[in-house]
Design a protein around this ligand. Structure first.
Ligand code: TRP
Length: 333
């Protein structure tokens, strides 16, 4: 009888001890999680290129010692191309106590910049940070923002157009009038192309809804179509290619991923590598090795030649051996 009582008491104490041990452990884990650096990421929309950038950044961050759920807390928000969501998503990331913010694509970087001038913001592949109003100077950003620019290698792109489509001089440019990143690039392409004797027509659309109809119009007016690094167009690449193919209209986009999706060719920057560089810059700031104000925007100067073999065959375009040897061939090989 006595023994039974003793056993009960000992058992109860044991349970109590185990219980409080588990509780302590949980509290410690909770505390550790709360101490992890918080990285808030705002991506404008899901399209192949931006998804590649995001992945490159995540992989690099892991290498640098920032792995989600273990050594860092990565909070991800995706605006799904809806500009009106970007403000509240930026506020959400700040409420999550982000130590650093990443804006993937210009509209999301602008939304983040509107919400804070203290928390460091790293730009994930922004076409022109200065003309988007994000930094004072690409070499001396001056504020809480720095990052990676994916300025298109326009000169090399025009050189490629010249050799692939030697007799085609009527160039159409299709872009979204809502994206600041496109307007600066369009201006640059237009200037350079006109300087080389091209006749350039701009086709700006307010949203995705007008693309198909605009394509029907422009396909009858131009010899080939150029597309800048425009998020709305990247997102609608399938629609663009469908109409272009009806008219056998060559499409020259600005990035590898859009060539893979049915563009003819381009000279473009590898999107995954843009993300890797973004990840490196995030880590440098988190480690306290650099601050945005004095960290120049990192610009990729050169790109790879990418050719879609299937599209070239479909359009009846032959590619010189000299170019083919230098190029990355996608589709059909
Ligand atoms: N540079 C674009 C911006 O500033 C974002 C971007 C990166 C992009 N890679 C792209 C857009 C590829 C279209 C296609 O918003």
């Amino acid at each position: 009888m006595k023994n039974k009582k003793l056993l009960l008491v000992v058992g109860a104490i044991g349970l109590f001890l185990i219980g409080s041990f588990i509780k302590d452990n949980k509290e410690m884990e909770e505390k550790e999680r709360n101490d992890l650096p918080v990285i808030g990421v705002l991506q404008f929309v899901s399209h192949r290129a931006l998804d590649d950038i995001y992945q490159g950044m995540i992989d690099q961050l892991k290498k640098e010692g920032y792995e989600d759920g273990k050594t860092a807390k990565i909070v991800f928000q995706n605006g799904q191309a809806d500009q009106s969501k970007l403000t509240s998503m930026s506020q959400h990331l700040i409420n999550e106590k982000a130590d650093i913010l990443v804006g993937i694509a210009t509209p999301s970087a602008q939304a983040l910049a509107n919400q804070t001038s203290d928390i460091p913001i790293i730009l994930g592949a922004i076409s022109d940070p200065k003309s988007a109003g994000l930094v004072e100077d690409n070499n001396k950003p001056g504020g809480n923002i720095t990052g990676v620019s994916d300025q298109s290698p326009v000169e090399a792109q025009l050189e490629l157009v010249n050799s692939l489509l030697p007799n085609k001089k009527k160039m159409g440019i299709l872009y979204s009038s809502a994206e600041d990143n496109s307007s600066s690039q369009v201006k640059k392409v237009k200037e350079q192309a006109e300087g080389q004797g091209y006749q350039v027509t701009e086709y700006a659309v307010p949203s995705t809804n007008e693309i198909s109809q605009m394509m029907q119009v422009l396909a009858r007016e131009v010899d080939f179509l150029y597309i800048p690094t425009d998020n709305t167009m990247a997102n609608a690449m399938q629609t663009i290619v469908d109409v272009a193919n009806q008219y056998k209209l060559p499409v020259i986009p600005s990035v590898d991923t859009m060539v893979e999706q049915g563009g003819l060719a381009t000279v473009g920057i590898n999107q995954y590598e843009l993300g890797v560089q973004t990840g490196k810059m995030v880590a440098e700031v988190l480690k306290g090795n650099s601050v945005p104000a004095t960290t120049p925007i990192y610009t990729f100067e050169t790109g790879d030649i990418i050719i879609n073999q299937k599209q070239a065959e479909f359009l009846g375009i032959s590619i010189d051996k000299e170019i083919r040897d230098k190029a990355i061939i996608k589709g059909g090989e």
